[in-house]
Design a protein around this ligand. Structure first.
Ligand code: OGA
Ligand code: NI
Length: 341
């Protein structure tokens, strides 16, 4: 479903309104930003235990190196059925085609579901984001379902099925990272949960140089698993420069969150990223945040520490970290409300 011809939407304008123009420091400007051809695309299937050990070791190494160098990689051959991804993308587009006010009006989740748009005063430090988004908790799934949108009618079914698949994938990836870092078996998997989902609609924008779909930020996750469809827009900071992440058919983008940077004692890096807009096409993304359980104490893993590798970070309860950190926007506000018994 293409939203660009819907004349009733706030974004169907000839000029970017003042409310959405970012400061000179934050706006992308006119300089073209190259797509990065070197962010690794990892065939995750080759990391399965029944694969040839040398091949499996290469897969693990590729992930660790990507985590060190870019904080980002993509995974293909990941085992999430195409159908589950397709359905999630379709139902998300349907959701946004309804309009923000209709979704919010029909929500039981006051304080849990955030809708960002021009009309809902979801401002960053100085400008509104060029997007609409919905963010809701996913863990424990059965308890969270009641807070999810009621419409489209199949949203809850489709997204629960998607989350179940993302959970399996996250355990696979965290298992390979645990092994690559030399952590005990199950170290990262044991503390993880698919805690939140953020779905975004970035409408076409008349002047992408002035505004942003999403301001630069870090994710406070262990890892984030992102479906970005076939419209580019995500950019990552690397050596002081922005680089664009290519779209790869049937891939997920995975990034290292701040919590995994801490646990790895800085071996893996959490990279700043942002989303620029597209003049012609709407972009739909679905980000799933694989976070530590709220009561996990986040600190460099003991097994990695020695005289020449002293801890670089203080231990902190994850939920405390979330209340203390101040990235832009409502991301952290949502996390502080602990729904886990
Ligand atoms: C996020 C994020 C990227 C995207 O939600 O934290 O970085 O492409 N999203 O929507
Ligand atoms: Ni992010």
């Amino acid at each position: 479903m293409d939203t660009k011809n819907d004349s009733s939407k706030w974004f169907n304008v000839q000029l970017v309104p003042h409310s959405h123009i970012f400061s000179r420091n934050d706006r992308p400007g006119k300089e073209p930003i190259p797509l990065c051809k070197t962010i690794p695309v990892v065939d995750i299937n080759t990391g399965e235990r029944n694969y040839r050990p040398s091949k499996r070791a290469n897969t693990i190494q590729a992930i660790i190196r990507a985590g060190q160098e870019f904080g980002f990689f993509q995974v293909v051959n990941h085992g999430v059925p195409e159908e589950a991804v397709f359905e999630a993308e379709e139902v998300t587009k349907e959701l946004f085609s309804m309009g923000v006010d209709e979704i919010s009006a029909d929500s039981d989740a006051t304080g849990w579901v955030y809708m960002g748009s021009c009309s809902t005063n979801y401002a960053t430090k100085d400008a509104h984001l060029w997007r609409e988004n919905i963010k809701h908790p996913c863990h424990p799934l059965e308890e969270c379902l009641q807070y999810w949108p009621r419409k489209p009618a199949r949203y809850r079914d489709v997204i629960s099925a998607y989350i179940a698949e993302i959970k399996k994938l996250s355990l696979k990836i965290l298992g390979l990272i645990s092994e690559g870092l030399g952590l005990e078996e199950g170290y990262l998997e044991g503390m993880s949960q698919v805690q939140f989902l953020t779905a975004s609609n970035y409408p076409p924008c008349p002047n992408p140089s002035l505004t942003l779909g999403l301001l630069k930020h870090f994710d406070h996750s262990l890892i984030t698993i992102l479906f970005q469809g076939d419209v580019e827009g995500l950019q990552v900071m690397k050596d002081g420069k922005w680089i664009g992440i290519e779209t790869v058919p049937h891939a997920f983008v995975v990034n290292i969150g701040t919590q995994l940077e801490i646990i790895s004692n800085g071996k893996l890096r959490s990279a700043e990223h942002r989303v620029v807009t597209n003049p012609y096409k709407a972009r739909t993304s679905i980000a799933t945040f694989i976070n530590p359980c709220p009561n996990s104490i986040i600190q460099p893993a003991q097994i990695l520490l020695n005289k020449s590798n002293p801890p670089l970070y203080q231990p902190l309860l994850f939920k405390k970290f979330v209340t203390l950190s101040k990235p832009f926007g409502p991301f952290t506000d949502a996390l502080t409300s602990d729904i886990t018994p």
